[in-house]
Unconditional design. Structure first.
Lengths: 368, 368
């Protein structure tokens, strides 16, 4: 019987390869890994909604990981929220992991606040404001360490799901992709429903000017580009994925931030690209204010898969509001939803996921 | 066909259970994990030979891990050696891993010097001189974090091999086991051929007196005992092993230091003891100046397996000298040798291991 893509997974780019990728991971043993980091860029007013206020974004990645491990946060009360009170997409990831349990592997991709969980240290440091042009330290060293870690993980599972949580990360994604010479015009997503493209572009231009490296040199050196205007998650994420993808498929779980990681992988080792797919949410692929497909198609024929999540009929306003374009993606929510379907032979669906998400939402958020 | 224990593995204690354990792990998928740490106790003159001099012992655990990952050390030139120039048992572990490759997972169990490898952080800090009676910080927190990590690892492999590298660790093992009320009289091993039992006992007595806790209380509280006179590897090692052993067998690779970890597990969660075996070297089980069997038999019916390593016919003096009782064990050398035999259906033997060890010894040591 030939493999049929379930209707809850949408093939958005390079459909044939996306279908093959899905077939390859269907019913296989996976691990979920998440690279988490902080960048001072998140604290520029108007940049990130991944925290109740700019200072709170320091805690968001650590709190997200605690949510996955323990079903509740430890370093903060409640769960990470936007300034409007919308809960972290980590609730989606946590719900997917509850329905399809798999090992969780956290990587410290440059944290200001460490989670109350075990995590892999790859010698990353927190990122600076990209306007300094000196955003990240030792990118290549963190890439190399994570490469080694990815190879170890690949020996233990059939495939890997890799997410990220970096407040302010869409701005650094714009920074990196601009530095690498990609056409980024209104293509990068945002946690806000109205994407502050102009503010982000201005911040990026300032950073590129401040770094003092010729644009032609920056374009050819992904590690220098990250160190100038990227964030500290990018190099270890690219390393981990490249190391694992030498031998197993890797589902890169994220939106345009993962597209930036893909650009790093392409620059460092394009031989592994055949083992990659991007997995995200419908909110990203249908977003009118960004263009993930337009970005990824500049990098090769890596497929994009989208979980057809739809919260419009949710009982909770805090979930319904995802349909207005707030938050959209993060903590590998879309990719992990897809992986939960794959791990359960399709028994997990967007409907059963929403039920689980609502249950966790009720427990974690609505009673606060 | 019934399972036959190969002659290169010696059943030393609880033979029937040892045979069952071996049968359970035979030809199965394993990961090798090593918890590494430092204690200032190693710098007491005459305590440890795991380094060219007391200060050099800070680098030994990190260098051992680099050896496993990269086939050479990065934080030091050459490999860790005793004051007499005898190379680290990490060469045995590395050779076993070359013949039977498996994923390597390093845990920071309180390091002064970090390895140039990825490693899992469980919030451990380097240990103090046990004569202070305040050897270790936050033992229970590191146990809990490692417990969570052990559960994740157990989801990815059929069984786990867990080693350690802690210079000075036999003295802290004596400290912990004494504090927990075990009969330790001349039972704890040493890196030296002539075991400095009196010096060690004196150091331990000083530490127990300094800690200011009543012996009866210390006996009943393994975490307090570690914090008083243990080392920082013990709690995360016990946590990792207990977390994994909830669902899969764990081969505790080590000598009397691992016996101390077993005592911690017994105190924290004795329901997992059925899933454990100790794997070590013949040099430990035949040592006349220590008594691992006498220790372990006080803790329950956990089997001891020994790799029948014999270097007496080696071409290299630096290996031959292992037969005089120098070094004996460390970095999980004995247990990993057994795991290499199990992973290859017995194709790896003590003979083929020695060939591989000699090759690596020649490359790493003799040409220096």
């Amino acid at each position: 019987m030939s493999f049929k893509v379930p209707e809850d997974i949408v093939l958005c780019l390079n459909e044939e390869r996306g279908k093959e990728f899905l077939e390859n991971i269907w019913n296989k043993r996976a691990a979920y890994s998440c690279i988490i980091g902080n960048t001072e860029t998140a604290k520029i007013p108007g940049i990130s909604a991944a925290g109740a206020n700019p200072e709170a974004t320091d805690f968001t990645p650590a709190a997200d990981m605690e949510l996955l491990y323990f079903g509740r946060c430890k370093c903060i009360d409640g769960v990470p929220i936007t300034p409007d009170g919308i809960p972290t997409p980590g609730i989606i990831t946590m719900s997917a992991l509850k329905l399809a349990p798999m090992p969780i592997v956290v990587i410290d991709g440059g944290l200001r606040v460490r989670p109350h969980t075990p995590y892999i240290d790859v010698d990353a440091s927190p990122g600076e404001d990209i306007r300094t042009g000196k955003s990240v330290k030792n990118a290549e060293r963190t890439y190399d360490r994570a490469l080694v870690a990815g190879r170890q993980l690949a020996k233990m599972v059939d495939y890997l799901v890799v997410g990220e949580s970096v407040p302010g990360g869409t701005t650094t994604a714009l920074g990196l992709l601009t530095a690498l010479g990609y056409d980024t015009n209104e293509k990068i997503s945002s946690t806000f429903p109205v994407n502050p493209h102009d503010l982000k572009r201005q911040v990026v231009i300032e950073g590129i000017e401040a770094c003092g490296i010729e644009p032609e040199l920056l374009e050819r050196d992904a590690m220098a580009a990250i160190e100038a205007v990227g964030d500290p998650m990018m190099a270890p994420a690219a390393g981990l994925i490249a190391g694992a993808a030498e031998s197993v498929p890797v589902l890169m779980a994220g939106g345009t931030q993962m597209a930036a990681v893909l650009a790093v992988i392409k620059a460092m080792d394009d031989t592994v690209m055949d083992n990659l797919a991007l997995g995200t949410t419908r909110w990203i692929t249908e977003d009118k204010m960004s263009d993930m497909k337009g970005l990824v198609s500049q990098m090769g024929d890596v497929p994009i898969l989208a979980a057809n999540l739809n919260f419009s009929l949710s009982r909770y306003d805090g979930l319904k509001i995802y349909e207005t374009g707030l938050v959209k993606e993060g903590v590998g929510a879309g990719g992990m939803s897809i992986a939960a379907m794959a791990a359960t032979d399709g028994r997990v669906t967007c409907r059963s996921l929403l039920d689980e998400i609502e249950k966790n939402y009720a427990r974690l958020v609505s009673r606060r």
